[in-house]
Each structure stands twice: as structure tokens, then as C-alpha cells.
Write a protein that binds this ligand. Sequence first.
Ligand code: NAD
Ligand code: UFG
Length: 336
Amino acid sequence: MSVLITGGAGYIGSHTCVELINAGYDVVIIDNFSNSSPEAIKRIGKITGREIKCFNCDIRDSKGLEKIFAGNKIDAVIHFAGLKAVGESIHKPLEYYDNNIGGTVTLLESIKKAGCKKIVFSSSATVYGMKNTSPLKEDMPTGGTTNPYGTTKLYIEQILRDLYASDGEWSISLLRYFNPIGAHKSGLIGENPRDIPNNLMPYISQVAVGRLRCLNVFGNDYDTPDGTGIRDYIHVVDLAAGHVKALEKVLGESGISVYNLGTGKGVSVLELIHAFEKVSGKKINYRIAPRRKGDVAVCFADPGKALRELGWKAERDVDEMCEDTWRWQKNNPEGF
Ligand code: NAD
Ligand code: UFG
């Protein structure tokens, strides 16, 4: 079986390619390297001992996609490609709508023409908005996103629902990720932010390695045990394994399903800092800063549906997430 991976050079895509190859799938990657490096492709090859087929192609390029579908047998698509910086999306909404929504529509047209009609999509817990109370369940209302990035995920989920309603031959899996962190055990691939990281874990690891001086903890007056925000951090290799399970389902039957991919456990900002300090032996310099606009106090998954229907659950704990992040960061202080 051969799977087309859009955005396969990126953080989650690269780890998923490794898990897919380990599970016996062939992968064909397309990426425009707008937020990644071709070096990631070499590293996937090094980890798996395989020659990796990769095309430098934008998902908005219908002619390029057509050629790739014509020249390669594709049984299903896993669609990671997209822009993902929440803050940037507020300043550049049109870029986000064009790249994420426009790109997805072009990709879906190409998939349909090629006739494979099977797709796993990278959605996000952000579609739950600010109103629901954790643990978040798949049947809770979505909407009320606070930035264009989140809105692209919400709209793409709807586009995929509409597509399935129009043609029941499609097989679609919407995966709502919580907070992926960690890296592959080899230390060869990991998260590689281009600019100053927006997310907590890459910020912590860059402070630890000496690239950044001090972490701002955004608020310690939330209604949580230590006052800092609580999230559901999930090891990226567990997340990648969830894609292999979702793919099996998509290959096996038509339909549309949505799954939370999280651990179900909430961890505070201070708890994550202290876990990282423990495993790395490094002191993380931090200060308490005002709350960040748009943040909720608590966000974690009910991952029960993925366990019941896909037989998947996250296995790795926070210490392992920190250990693996640290190995990657130490070995690659400047990223790829
Ligand atoms: P990433 O930026 O590392 O990977 C995305 C990849 O897509 C990059 O390699 C980028 O170059 C590529 N890309 C972007 N636009 C493209 C286009 N038009 N054509 C071809 N390639 C393009 O991000 P990631 O963290 O690996 O995230 C993967 C997906 O998961 C994204 O859709 C993201 O929104 C979603 N997601 C991520 C998180 C997270 O915290 N990392 C959480 C929820 C959802
Ligand atoms: N935080 C800090 N300092 C930082 C960065 C983050 O204190 O420098 C805190 C935040 O306030 C929050 C927690 O760390 O309490 C996690 O923040 P992240 O930015 O790492 O993650 P978010 O939960 O805010 O956002 C992530 C993804 C989004 C996605 C969302 C869905 O980055 O793309 O999860 O739940 F939409």
C-alpha cells in the first residue's frame, strides 16, 4: 500500500512517515518546504534505511499534483500540509485561507480525479473553541475559534463533511490533535521552528540549549492547582502511531469519523518545566508574564473513542516526551 503524505517534511509528517514505513507502507511525500527542510527527508531515510520518494510541490499546484498522481500508485492520502502559526494567522488571514483552505480544495479535487477518495486530515483541538469544558469529546459543539488558523481547521472539517455527504464512496478521518511534543528516539528528527517558537516545549528546549534566555510563563492566576495553563501533551511518535491506525480504518471502509488524539491527562506549564529540568539536568530560566490572549485555562482530551474504534492509545509519559525533545535539541542546537 502506498500513501501520499502532504507536508511530510514537517514535524508531525516526518514522524508519521517513519511509523508508516515501519508498519510496511510505502510513502510518497509532497512538500513545498515553506516551513521545513529537505534535510528532514534525508533523516527519514537514515532512520528507516529506505530511499524516500519526495516531490517539491505545493498543494495549490493542481498540474503538479496531477503529475504526481499519474506517476505514482496512491492508495490513500494523509494531509498535514498547512500553515500553523496562530499569531501569524491573525496578521495574514488571506495567506492562511489561501494556503490551508484553497490548498485543501485543490488537493481534494486531484484526489477525486485520481479516484482514491481516502484521506486522513490533521485537525486540531482548537476547533472546540473556548466554551467547552475538558475532557473534550468529539460530539461536543465546535466553533468560536479565536484566530484564522483555527478557523481554517473548522472550515476544512466542514468541507470534508460536505464532500462525504455528496459522495458516500469517500473515506475520511478527521484527527483532532492536542499538544504534540517530543521527538524520535534517534534524535535525528524533531520540531524545528523557523523563528522564535510560539509553543511551550520548543521554547523550553531552546532556553535549555542556550538559544533563548528566558521563558515567559503566560499567567499564573488561572483556576488550576498551580495557577498555570493545563494542556494535554502527547508524544509525537504516539500521535504518528494514531495516524497508522486511522489509515487502516480509512483503507478498510468508507465513511467519515472524527477522533481526538491526546493522552487524556492535563499537565501544567510549571509541571512541564520541572519535568524538563529533571530529565535534562538544565535549569530553565523563566518569569511569570501576563496571560496570552486567546488561551484557555484547561484543555485536555477524552481519548476514549480512538481507543474503542481504532484500538489506539498514547503510551509515552511526560518524562519520555522531555527526554526525547532534549536529545533532539542537544544533538541539533540550530535545528536541521
Ligand atoms: P509543520 O509546519 O512542521 O509541517 C507542515 C508541513 O507542510 C511543512 O513541511 C510545510 O513546509 C508544508 N506545507 C505548508 N504549506 C504547504 C503547501 N501549500 N504545499 C505543500 N507543503 C506545504 O507543522 P506540524 O506541526 O508538523 O503540523 C502538521 C499539521 O498538523 C498541520 O496541518 C497543523 O496545522 C496540524 N496541527 C499541528 C499541531 C501542532 O501543535 N504541531 C496541533 C494541531 C494540528
Ligand atoms: N505558554 C507559555 N509560554 C510560552 C508558550 C506557551 O506559558 O512561551 C503556555 C500557554 O499559555 C499554554 C501552554 O503553555 O498554557 C501551551 O501553549 P502552546 O502555545 O504550546 O499550545 P496551545 O495549547 O496554546 O496551542 C496548541 C497549538 C495550536 C492548536 C492548539 C489546540 O499550538 O496550533 O494547541 O489546542 F490550535
